[in-house]
Design a protein around this ligand. Structure first.
Ligand SMILES: Cc1ncc(COP(=O)(O)O)c(C=O)c1O
Length: 399
């Protein structure tokens, strides 16, 4: 029983203070075994049956292609889910930021490739300290100054650090392909305290291209210069164990990319409105490879005009983006706006019934990664019951 229930049930204050501490009775774990519809909202939930199907679906699809799975934990920031991904057969996981990588390595995830770069000396030193404690840490680099600083830090700490070179596929990160990439890879390879492990090439802009064929054509074209540079690296005698990239939108297209080793899928575990819209190999309108397992529960807090608008307690601080809008499960005619900080505003269209204050709606989120970053815990739901509480230990770890 939690604090709210004691208050709700009219328990005397004496009863409240009779329990050991107020903190102990408001623990998220106290919800285990209860119906999800009782949760205090906004609440972040994951349907465990769907999650488990998504987890295995990517391995099933890639079986026999020789391509591995190195899931990106920036999506869930949850070591328990990362451990589940490792158990399902991942070759390791990716992390975006140093603090995210630290959280994973310190919580039982043995292999973490940091896809983002560290450019300040302080962070480079911290990264090498992490490498000293955890041999499964791999760091991406995309410029020669950083590679030199990394070499200095690795030498100072007495480690030989694993490094991959991030290749520019679009103008956000990565070293330009061709000679600059080849030179950087050679610099890493020659650095006594660095070990060149291979390359990364994440093609972000292709992930949400609508239509499987159009997406495939775009990503293969975008990756062609990377493939050419990789061949130059091989010809120069470099040993590339890793050629990692792709995401949820392109994970099934990489067997046409020579040398490619593993997909860095993130959103596949949860899905979101952005990904549902892109279309898959069998259906150009809906992406059905993975099921939307992640939802937010929101309570209706105002229904003064029930045939026109409903107001919920889940605005932008619960759902972040509004593009595309969140979808209310079971009410396809509802238009959800999360533009307001604290309020979700629903324009009621074609409602299946009339709703009242206090009722709970379940919504599929616009984009999963930033939403997860807002919550302390993820409730694991089986059927309608809370089965587990998954702490999002990497929440807010953006440094
Ligand atoms: C470098 C990198 N790899 C992998 C991913 C995972 O992509 P997705 O969530 O689309 O599967 C991302 C997402 O932004 C990324 O930035």
């Amino acid at each position: 029983m939690n604090r709210r229930h004691l208050l709700r049930s009219g328990a005397a204050f004496g009863a409240l203070f009779a329990v050991p501490t107020v903190r102990a009775v408001s623990r998220a774990e106290d919800w285990i075994g209860k119906s999800k519809w009782e949760l205090e909202t906004p609440a972040l939930c994951v349907d465990l049956d769907k999650l488990e199907r998504n987890l295995t679906a990517v391995h099933t699809r890639l079986k026999g292609t020789g391509i591995g799975v190195r899931p990106h934990v920036k999506t869930h920031k949850c070591p328990a889910l990362a451990r589940m991904q490792m158990k399902a057969g991942a070759v390791g996981v990716c992390a975006a930021k140093l603090s995210e990588a630290e959280t994973m390595l310190e919580n039982g995830v043995p292999e973490v490739l940091m896809t983002g770069v560290n450019v300040t000396r302080g962070k480079i030193l911290r990264a090498m300290e992490l490498r000293r404690k955890h041999p499964g840490f791999i760091q991406a680099v995309d410029n020669e100054v950083m590679a030199a600083d990394l070499q200095d830090a690795a030498r100072a700490l007495g480690v030989v650090a694993d490094v991959v070179v991030d290749m520019e596929v679009f103008k956000r990160s990565g070293v330009p392909v061709g000679m600059p990439a080849l030179r950087l890879a050679q610099q890493v390879d020659k650095s006594p305290n660095l070990k060149f492990r291979g390359i990364l090439a994440y093609d972000g802009p292709s992930q949400h291209i609508k239509g499987h064929a159009a997406r495939k054509a775009q990503t293969l074209q975008a990756l062609a210069p990377v493939v050419e540079t990789r061949e130059q690296m091989v010809a120069a005698g470099l040993n590339l164990e890793i050629f990692s990239g792709a995401g949820t939108g392109t994970y099934d297209m990489m067997d046409g990319v020579p040398g490619f080793t593993d997909v860095q899928v993130g959103s596949y575990l949860f899905m979101d409105c952005q990904y549902l819209e892109i279309g898959g190999a069998g259906n150009d309108l809906v992406y059905e490879d993975f099921a939307p397992s992640l939802t937010v529960l929101a309570t209706i807090i105002n229904a003064n005009h029930p045939s026109e608008t409903l107001v919920t307690d889940a605005g932008s601080k619960a759902l972040t983006l509004n593009q595309p809008p969140a979808r209310v499960i079971g009410e396809p005619g509802f238009e959800y706006s999360a533009r307001s900080d604290e309020y979700g505003m629903i324009t009621v269209g074609g409602a299946t019934r009339e709703y009242r204050v206090g009722e709970v709606l379940e919504v599929i989120v616009p984009h999963c990664d930033p939403v997860v970053n807002l919550y302390d815990v993820l409730f694991g739901i089986r059927g309608d019951k809370v089965e587990s509480v998954l702490p999002i230990l990497g929440r807010g770890k953006s440094q």
